[in-house]
Design a protein around this ligand. Structure first.
Ligand SMILES: Nc1ncnc2c1ncn2[C@@H]1O[C@H](COP(=O)(O)OP(=O)(O)OP(=O)(O)O)[C@@H](O)[C@H]1O
Ligand SMILES: [Mg+2]
Length: 226
């Protein structure tokens, strides 16, 4: 088995618009050792979300190679990408994307159910994860009945339900006030520790940026040690 979860070599992303070619990622390299937590910062528009989306199979590269576990992302077909996203990945975004007509428990349970897990086991795991983020008394609340911080904690729990190898978090605390941001950020890092997850987190939050095992700044299309 590899000792790394992610290995990116010579990654390129060029957006071609009518007037110009925008070179956003320029032969970017990154190796993430298994079980480590990597934090990426960088100016708005430098390509952080683009990078995470390519790793997550939500966007495609225009050059280079991305290997995550046994998956070579850059050459996967659509159905293989779906399998990769469901089995290997957990996602957390700035906006929670919870299903509005489903309770917190159902929202966390859903990805496991979709992946074919047994109902009872999936519900038990969802309950445990919601307890892990301090929401054991909010299981049956709808997203509209939760605070912003609580919704983001549900999103953290949901990202872990399928026991992913890799968790990708794009500005997970970006919509929260400083106190809630610290709270959600700390929970995410401590759960990644407890469940031995590899984490790649993009943030503008200076406090959160110091919580990882290594920190990079995305600048001029490449990652430099921050
Ligand atoms: N479909 C597209 N066509 C052309 N340019 C695009 C497209 N999508 C993104 N871009 C450009 O690529 C650059 C990188 O975008 P990206 O969303 O990755 O930035 P970011 O670092 O995540 O910024 P932020 O911190 O504001 O979230 C931006 O300058 C954006 O304008
Ligand atoms: Mg972004």
């Amino acid at each position: 088995m590899n000792d790394y979860t992610v290995k990116i070599t010579g990654l390129e992303k060029i957006y071609t618009t009518e007037i110009e070619k925008l070179r956003i990622l320029n032969k970017l390299d990154l190796t993430v050792q298994s079980g480590t937590k990597v934090v990426i910062t960088g100016e708005s528009g430098c390509g952080k979300s683009t990078l995470l989306n390519i790793i997550g199979g939500l966007d495609f590269a225009t050059g280079g190679q991305v290997v995550c576990g046994k998956y070579e992302i850059t050459s996967l077909k659509e159905n293989e990408l779906a399998e990769y996203r469901s089995n290997f990945l957990g996602f957390i975004f700035q906006f929670h994307y919870l299903l509005k007509d489903f309770t917190a428990l159902e929202n966390v349970f859903m990805p496991a159910y979709m992946a074919g897990a047994k109902k009872e086991e999936a519900f038990a795991r969802a309950e445990q994860l919601l307890a892990d983020v301090g929401l054991e008394k909010r299981l049956n609340h709808l997203p509209s009945q939760l605070s912003g911080g609580e919704r983001q904690r549900v999103a953290v729990a949901r990202s872990l339900i399928n026991d992913p190898e890799l968790v990708l978090a794009d500005e997970p605390t970006g919509n929260l006030d400083p106190e809630n941001a610290a709270n959600v950020g700390n929970m995410l890092f401590s759960l990644a520790d407890r469940y031995k997850k590899t984490l790649i987190l993009v943030t503008h939050d200076k406090n959160l940026a110091t919580c990882g095992d290594c920190a990079y700044e995305l600048k001029n299309g490449v990652l430099v040690k921050a």
